[in-house]
Write a protein that binds this ligand. Structure first.
Ligand SMILES: Nc1ncnc2c1ncn2[C@@H]1O[C@H](COP(=O)(O)OP(=O)(O)OP(=O)(O)O)[C@@H](O)[C@H]1O
Ligand SMILES: [Mg+2]
Ligand SMILES: [Zn+2]
Length: 294
C-alpha cells in the first residue's frame, strides 16, 4: 500500500482481483456468497464494534476496551476501519506516528508490549489528508490490514467501524477469520436504541452473533461531586438487548473526563485506576470476555 494512493480519487481497474471479488458480492440474497478467501492472520477472537448511529462512542469504547483487555493479559490488536474519520490514533495520542516496514509486512504502531494499533491515518501524508476511496479500494486496504500487518499472535482484534451498516463492516465480516460477532454501542435515548436494533439485524444478516449491547453515556458523572445524574433516560440499551434476546454487556456513564482523555490522547482507563467509570469499563470488558470465551 502506498501513501500517494490515499489522497487522489482513483478509478479502480475493473479487472483487479479486489474488484472482481467485490462484484461477486452483488447478490443481495446472501451477502456472504462468492467470498474471497479469509485473510491469514493469527487471531483467536475478532470483535467488531458497531453502532447504527454516529457519535455514540464506538471509538472511545474500542480504545478503552482494547486497553482493558491488554491490562487483563490479552494480546490485543486495535484496527481502525474508519477510513474517512479515523479517531483512534488521536485518542491514543499517536496520530503523528506512521506505519513502517513496507517491504515485507507493515509494522503496526505498538502502544505497549501487548497492544498494537493499525489505522489508515498511519499511512496518510498528514493529518488533514482526506481519504477519497471507492468501496472496492477499501476492501483491498482491509485485506492488507489483516494479512500484511505484522500483528503477531493475537488473542483479540478489536475493530472500530464507522457508523452505520456499510461496506467496512461487510468486508471485515467476510475477510477476517474467527469473527466472534459484534458489540453494538448505543446511547440510552430511544432514537439511538432504534438504530442499535437496526445494527443488530444487520449483523444477523451477516450470519454473525451479536456478542452484546453496551449502553454508553448512560447517566452522567457530575464533575463537581462525582455523583451520577440521570440526564437522559436510562436503560434503553438493556431493553434493546432484552427485546433482541442478545446479551447486555453493561453501561458506561457519560463522564467529562472521558471527553478530556479522548481530546488529549491519554486514554481514560490509563489515567483512572479507581473510578465508577473505570469500574464500568472493566465490567463491560469482563462480560465481553465471558461471552466470547465461554
Ligand atoms: N462515556 C463517555 N463519556 C463522555 N464522553 C464520551 C463518552 N463516550 C464518548 N464520548 C465522547 O463523545 C464523542 C464521540 O465519541 P466517539 O468518537 O468515540 O464516537 P463514535 O461513535 O466513534 O463516533 P463516529 O460515529 O463519528 O465514529 C467524543 O468527543 C468522545 O470523547
Ligand atoms: Mg468513531
Ligand atoms: Zn455534583
Amino acid at each position: 500500500m502506498t501513501t500517494n494512493q490515499t489522497t487522489t480519487p482513483q478509478k479502480c481497474d475493473e479487472s483487479c482481483s479486489t474488484c472482481s471479488s467485490a462484484q461477486q458480492q452483488g447478490a443481495p440474497k446472501s451477502v456472504l456468497k462468492g467470498l474471497p478467501p479469509k485473510a491469514k492472520i493469527d487471531v483467536k477472537h475478532v470483535i467488531l464494534v458497531l453502532s447504527g448511529k454516529g457519535g455514540v462512542g464506538k471509538s472511545t469504547v474500542s480504545v478503552n476496551l482494547a486497553i482493558a483487555l491488554a491490562n487483563h493479559g490479552k494480546n490485543v490488536g486495535l484496527l481502525d476501519l474508519d477510513f474517512h474519520g479515523p479517531s483512534i490514533p488521536k485518542m491514543l495520542g499517536i496520530e503523528d506516528q506512521r506505519a513502517t516496514g513496507f517491504a515485507k509486512a507493515i509494522e503496526p504502531v505498538h502502544v505497549t508490549g501487548n497492544l498494537s494499533v493499525m489505522s489508515m491515518a498511519f499511512l496518510l501524508p498528514d493529518k488533514s489528508s482526506p481519504v477519497i476511496w471507492r468501496g472496492p479500494m477499501k476492501m483491498g486496504a482491509i485485506q492488507q490490514f489483516l494479512a500484511e500487518v505484522n500483528w503477531g499472535s493475537l488473542d483479540y482484534l478489536v475493530v472500530d467501524l464507522p457508523p452505520g451498516t456499510g461496506d467496512e463492516a461487510l468486508t471485515i465480516a467476510q475477510l477476517a477469520p474467527n469473527v466472534k460477532g459484534a458489540v453494538i454501542v448505543t446511547t440510552p435515548q430511544e432514537v439511538a436504541v432504534m438504530d442499535a436494533i437496526k445494527a443488530a439485524k444487520f449483523i444477523e444478516k451477516l450470519e454473525l452473533p451479536v456478542i452484546g449491547i453496551i449502553e454508553n453515556m448512560s447517566g452522567m458523572i457530575c464533575p463537581h461531586c462525582g455523583e451520577t445524574i440521570n440526564l437522559f433516560s436510562k436503560g434503553g440499551g438493556k431493553k434493546a438487548a432484552e427485546d433482541l434476546g442478545v446479551p447486555y454487556l453493561g453501561a458506561i456513564p457519560l463522564d467529562p473526563e472521558m471527553v478530556k482523555a479522548g481530546d488529549e490522547g491519554k486514554p481514560y482507563i490509563l489515567q483512572h485506576a479507581d473510578s465508577p467509570t473505570r469500574k464500568a469499563v472493566d465490567a463491560v470488558m469482563k462480560n465481553l470476555v465471558q461471552q466470547v470465551e465461554s
